[in-house]
Design a protein around this ligand. Structure first.
Ligand SMILES: Cc1cc2nc3c(=O)[nH]c(=O)nc-3n(C[C@H](O)[C@H](O)[C@H](O)COP(=O)(O)OP(=O)(O)OC[C@H]3O[C@@H](n4cnc5c(N)ncnc54)[C@H](O)[C@@H]3O)c2cc1C
Length: 256
């Protein structure tokens, strides 16, 4: 998938975004970034100046029209472009909210810190960061090495370690965030997943139960007995990691 970002919501930017959307593949994304939420038909500016037209006659909100064409939109404005990194830095204080759902555990320790810093930068005063993630219960996330020696859990979900819960809090606090809400969803999310997955894996590794499972879900017949045994081992590793971690949600607020 490619993600093409068009800068500027004027005549050039909007027509470019429409044309690109028609040209690129279905899986590609096009996003237009402007520094204001509306399009303004520049050639009609003089009519506003002489009061023959009002502002509403020559402007139109970009978000609804672009979304009808399947083009993403941000009015955050581009602060800087980094061509070699293929990256655009958006304007400061330009977002009402940032939502990060089950993604930050992939970022690594430095990446999570950078993510919190960047969230602070782009949020307006009063803006919110909602962060849902796996977190390590104590301050020693390196213990995962012993709990997941074969890297079953880390290679399955592609991460190196979870952020210690208290370090998440401390970093956010040091940046200036206020912790407005906290939820521990370990029981309904990870515990439930663990119990169901472990029971299934164990059932599949016992021949009569495996036969029964295959009657219920014929597709499971393609899973070989040794693969069921591996699943049991995989679930044991998950269980060890689960006991040392939590599934949590924070709502951090940037004070107004
Ligand atoms: C009075 C008048 C009459 C004209 N009549 C005609 C005509 O009859 N026929 C014709 O062909 N042309 C006409 N033109 C010229 C035409 O309007 C311009 O060529 C055209 O508007 C240029 O479009 P653009 O998208 O390149 O730039 P702009 O319309 O200037 O758009 C630039 C966009 O970028 C946005 N932007 C700025 N900074 C940032 C940032 N940091 N991050 C993100 N976005 C940013 C701006 O908000 C703006 O939406 C006329 C111009 C004027 C002033």
């Amino acid at each position: 998938m490619s993600h093409i970002v068009v800068l500027g919501g004027g005549i050039g930017g909007v027509s470019c975004a429409y044309e690109l959307k028609k040209t690129v593949r279905k899986q590609d994304r096009v996003t237009l970034v402007s520094n204001k939420p509306f399009f303004q038909f520049t050639p009609s500016n003089p009519w506003v100046a002489v009061k023959w037209r009002g502002k509403d006659d020559i402007t139109i909100g970009l978000a609804p029209v672009l979304s009808r064409h399947g083009v993403g939109f941000s009015a955050a404005g581009a602060k800087r472009v980094y061509p070699l990194e293929n990256r655009v830095e958006l304007g400061d204080g330009s977002f009402d909210g940032v939502l990060c759902l089950e993604a930050a555990f992939h970022f690594g320790e430095k990446g999570r810190r950078a993510f919190l810093e960047e969230s602070w930068r782009v949020l307006r005063p009063g803006g919110r960061l909602v962060l849902v993630d796996f977190a390590w219960r104590d301050g020693s996330p390196e213990r995962i090495e012993a709990l997941d020696r074969e890297r079953h859990v880390r290679d399955t979900w592609r991460f190196s370690e979870f952020e210690p819960l208290e370090r998440y809090r401390a970093t956010a606090r040091a940046l200036g965030f206020r912790e407005a809400a906290f939820r521990d969803w370990t029981r309904p999310v990870t515990d439930t997943f663990q119990h169901v997955a472990t029971a299934l894996a164990r059932a599949g590794s016992v021949a009569p139960l495996r036969w029964l499972l295959c009657q219920l879900r014929p597709g499971l017949g393609r899973v070989r007995p040794e693969e069921w045994d591996f699943l049991v081992e995989l679930m044991r590793a998950h269980d060890r990691v689960r006991r040392a971690s939590r599934y949590v949600a924070f709502r951090f607020e940037k004070p107004a």
